[in-house]
Write a protein of this length. Structure first.
Length: 263
């Protein structure tokens, strides 16, 4: 696997082995080196093309040494129309990063979007952006911040499903847990949005997210719980997405348009 393949995927904390890319020569702190690791390719919504496009780097990118196991990578990704994204990676290695087959992971990824570019809404329409914000907060070790975005996704999909299914409920504005519990119960009874394996504990998921947001847990515990809670929220989104009757009713999500444009 080449470094570009790892950089072209969503960052994870899992180490991946790649081909050596520094030529087995240490890169001193602050020193820059041009490396050839293949093209980095990431999807964004291009306003010029009015569609999701794959933005690519050139074959050569620049790498700056931080220490023996960290490097910084800067590059520009371009759409075929000329729209661009400036992107930066902090790449970590569990050993010497100048080795022949280093095992690396992306500690941080940050992009600066031009006026012509938006985050790709992908599988979940407008909620994809909130999920991306949750992932960024998690990568930046901001546990409570990541949970805020996950809770927003859970709240919004529940409310939007209720509206689409024409379920009567007391208006929920994010301040009354009892109102949300009643709303979630009505929605799940009619639409089965909570994954079957977790159906008895749907409200517990919301409570866990809320307790972290309101400071009941410390940051380290929030970070430890994040991956599991993130998977549960994704499970709810997929349940809604896979319900064809429900999807036909949810015009406000914008998923139908996104799915058709992305196949």
């Amino acid at each position: 696997m080449r470094l570009s393949e790892v950089l072209s995927k969503s960052p994870t904390l899992e180490f991946k082995q790649v081909e050596g890319f520094l030529g087995e020569k240490n890169l001193a702190a602050g020193k820059q080196r041009k490396i050839q690791v293949g093209k980095i390719a990431l999807n964004y919504f291009c306003k010029n093309c009015m569609d999701v496009r794959t933005f690519c780097s050139g074959e050569e990118i620049y790498c700056i040494g931080v220490n023996e196991h960290l490097v910084s990578i800067d590059c520009v990704l371009n759409c075929h129309c000329g729209a661009s994204v400036q992107i930066w990676f902090l790449v970590d290695c569990n050993g010497d990063i100048s080795g022949r087959a280093p095992e690396i992971r992306i500690l941080k990824r940050s992009e600066k979007l031009s006026n012509e570019v938006l985050i790709d809404k992908g599988r979940y329409g407008e909620l994809s952006e909130l999920l991306e914000m949750a992932q960024r907060a998690h990568r930046d070790r901001l546990g409570a911040g990541a949970m805020v975005y996950l809770r927003k996704v859970f709240e919004r999909i529940t409310v939007q499903t209720a509206d689409a299914a024409e379920i009567a409920y007391e208006k929920y504005e994010g301040g009354n847990p009892k109102n949300f519990f009643d709303l979630l119960k009505k929605v799940d009874e009619k639409c089965l949005i909570i994954p079957r394996e977790y159906s008895a504990n749907g409200y517990r998921l919301f409570r866990e997210l809320s307790e972290i947001v309101h400071g009941e847990y410390n940051e380290e515990l929030a970070l430890l719980k994040y991956e599991s809670l993130h998977r549960l929220v994704i499970g709810i989104l997929d349940n809604v997405k896979n319900n064809s009757e429900l999807m036909a009713a949810i015009g406000s999500l914008g998923w139908n348009e996104e799915v058709s444009s992305n196949g």
